[in-house]
Structure formats: structure tokens, C-alpha cells
Design a protein around this ligand. Structure first.
Ligand code: CP
Length: 317
């Protein structure tokens, strides 16, 4: 595996999950693979889990790690080609990326949707420049349209907790005060479809995700109906994808917040969220604190998903 940006890069999911569970049983078994190899983690946006779990995974594999917060201590980067650089950006991404590639063996990139251009966001303009110009294997640490490390960790968590071969998994929109990208729900949908679960997406009208991510999922606009019989409830906010409202908030309706009354509609479902989460907007205190909440195991599995991805990238060197 040379790149990791979507479910398409990881191969059969049953093999990937089996490998993840093996890594989880002995996370230092491959510590020889990363000896004298350097991971560079580039953050254009904030992070807690991705930063810590990916660094920990790299350390498990024996790698050296460099972390760069682009917005804190580096030159401000111009990303548009052809611009007369007489503004406040002293360096262009087209030089910065190959320079970064000189100092490492593998690069991870976090670069969220900017909501300035749907075309640029959905063509992964920043991530793809790293793929094109760094000369190194590149993986997404959440890009404009996807967060595959999160979705892989979510899949591992569901596989560890499911009691049926084909559980009912419901992805539900929930309210939030800020406009958030579609990356997490896109990837979650992509991976749940690939896993072959009974997968349902529920959201208010106007919040339809891109068809290539929705795939064969059932879309139900009535949240209560969608939640009935669910085994796993995955809550997440996202902004509108469809034109002309791309990147906009259409609703903050707190009737969509996941509460114990909502969870009572399910088949004693587990609650899931990628974190960070806005309590009592996305989910009530009692649900996230309940013994059916998987938010901490999901976060713990971020180390495992990152380790499998880094292991495979190291094996490709
Ligand atoms: N879930 C997740 O990616 O968390 P961070 O944004 O803190 O990395």
C-alpha cells in the first residue's frame, strides 16, 4: 500500500480487521519495521486523537516522528499556482511539499475542507499535492472529503462489539453550532457500505451526502423511524453538501440530539461518535456516559487503525 486515502486502498476489510486485532494483541510485534524510518505528520487543522494516536502507532513500529503545525511556526503557505506572491504567504506549497519529503519516509496530512470551493474540496486539492509532489507514501489524517483512519477504527470497534453477523448501523445527523465538513460521515458511510452491514443514514432534508459515499445505504428522513431496531447509532454533524448550500448550516434543530428517549427506540444500541463532541447538542450527557457508549473504545482503536496503515506503508518502502 503506497497511499491511504479511502477504503479502496486497504483491500478486503475482513483481512484488515483481522490484522488490526492481531496488532492490538501485540502492538510492538512489528517494532523492527520502522527502525531508522521517519514519519512526518503535517497538520493544517487542529487535532487531539489523530495526533496522539498516530504518533503512538508510529512509535509502536519503531519510527521517528516529526510533527509540523503548518499554522504555528511554519511559513504561511500559498496553495494557488500562478498567483503573484506579493501577499502574506512567503512560501508556496509546490516548494514546501517536496522539501518536507526530503526529511522523512512517510507523510500524514490533515487538511480539512475550506468551503471556499466545492470543486477544490472534493478534488482533495491539498492532499493530492502531497501525493503528487512529496515523492513519499502519503496517508490522510482527515482530508476535505474523508477521514479513513477514523472509519477504520469505527469498523474495528463495531466488529469487536457486534452480536450479529450483519448489525443494523445508523448514521444520524445531529445539530452543531458551526459548519462542519462531510469528511467523517462520508468515510463512515463508505466503510459501512463496504462492510456489508444493514446501513441506514438519517438526516433532515437538505443534508444529503454525495451519492458516491451514500452508495447503497437506506436514507430515511424520519430519525425515529431510522433508529428503530438499531444495533449501533453513530451520531455526527455535517454541513450541507448539495448546491447551492454547500458548506452551510441549514438546521440546528435539537430534536435531532441523541437522548436516552431516542436510544430507547433502538435494540439496546451502542452509541458512537468520533469525538470531539458537543455534549447536549449532538448527544445528551446520560447517553455518552452510559455503559452503551463506545466513544472511548473508538478513540483507543485509532492507535490500532493507524498502526495497521503505517505498517502497510512501511512494508511498501
Ligand atoms: N476524531 C478525530 O479525528 O479527533 P481529532 O480531530 O482530535 O484528531
Amino acid at each position: 500500500m503506497r497511499y491511504f486515502t479511502s477504503v479502496d486502498d486497504i483491500g478486503p476489510l475482513d483481512v484488515a480487521v483481522k490484522e488490526a486485532l492481531e496488532v492490538k494483541r501485540d502492538r510492538f510485534a512489528y517494532s523492527h519495521l520502522g527502525r531508522n524510518k521517519t514519519l512526518m505528520m503535517i497538520f493544517f487543522n487542529s487535532s487531539l486523537r489523530t495526533r496522539l494516536s498516530t504518533q503512538k502507532a508510529a512509535m509502536n513500529l519503531g519510527m521517528n516522528v516529526i510533527v509540523l503545525d503548518v499554522n504555528n511556526g511554519a511559513w504561511k503557505l500559498e496553495t494557488e499556482r500562478g498567483v503573484i506572491m506579493d501577499g502574506d504567504c512567503p512560501e508556496h506549497l509546490l516548494e514546501a511539499v517536496p522539501v518536507m519529503g526530503c526529511y522523512c519516509d512517510i507523510i500524514g496530512v490533515r487538511s480539512f475542507a475550506r468551503f471556499e470551493s466545492k470543486h477544490d474540496d472534493y478534488n482533495e486539492k491539498i492532499l493530492n499535492q502531497f501525493i503528487k509532489y512529496s515523492g513519499r507514501p502519503v496517508f490522510s489524517m482527515e482530508a476535505a472529503t474523508g477521514h479513513p483512519l477514523q472509519a477504520f477504527a469505527d469498523l474495528i470497534t463495531i466488529e469487536e462489539h457486534k452480536t450479529k453477523e450483519r448489525p443494523k448501523v445508523v448514521l444520524t445527523w445531529a445539530p452543531h453550532p458551526r459548519a462542519l465538513p462531510q469528511a467523517v460521515p462520508n468515510s463512515f458511510a463508505q466503510w459501512m457500505n463496504a462492510a456489508g452491514y444493514d446501513f441506514v443514514i438519517t438526516h433532515p432534508e437538505g443534508y444529503e451526502l454525495a451519492p458516491e459515499f451514500v452508495g447503497d445505504a437506506k436514507v430515511i428522513y424520519d430519525q425515529d423511524e431510522a433508529l428503530r431496531g438499531a444495533d449501533f447509532v453513530y451520531a455526527k454533524n455535517w454541513s450541507a453538501f448539495a448546491d447551492p448550500n454547500y458548506g452551510q448550516i441549514l438546521s440546528k434543530d435539537r430534536a435531532w440530539t441523541i437522548t436516552s428517549e431516542k436510544m430507547a427506540l433502538t435494540d439496546n444500541a451502542y452509541f458512537m461518535h468520533c469525538l470531539p463532541v458537543r455534549r447536549n447538542m449532538i448527544v445528551s450527557d446520560d447517553v455518552i456516559e452510559s455503559d452503551r457508549s463506545l466513544v472511548i473504545p473508538e478513540a483507543a482503536n485509532r492507535e490500532i487503525s493507524a498502526e495497521v496503515v503505517l505498517k502497510r506503508l512501511l512494508e511498501s518502502l
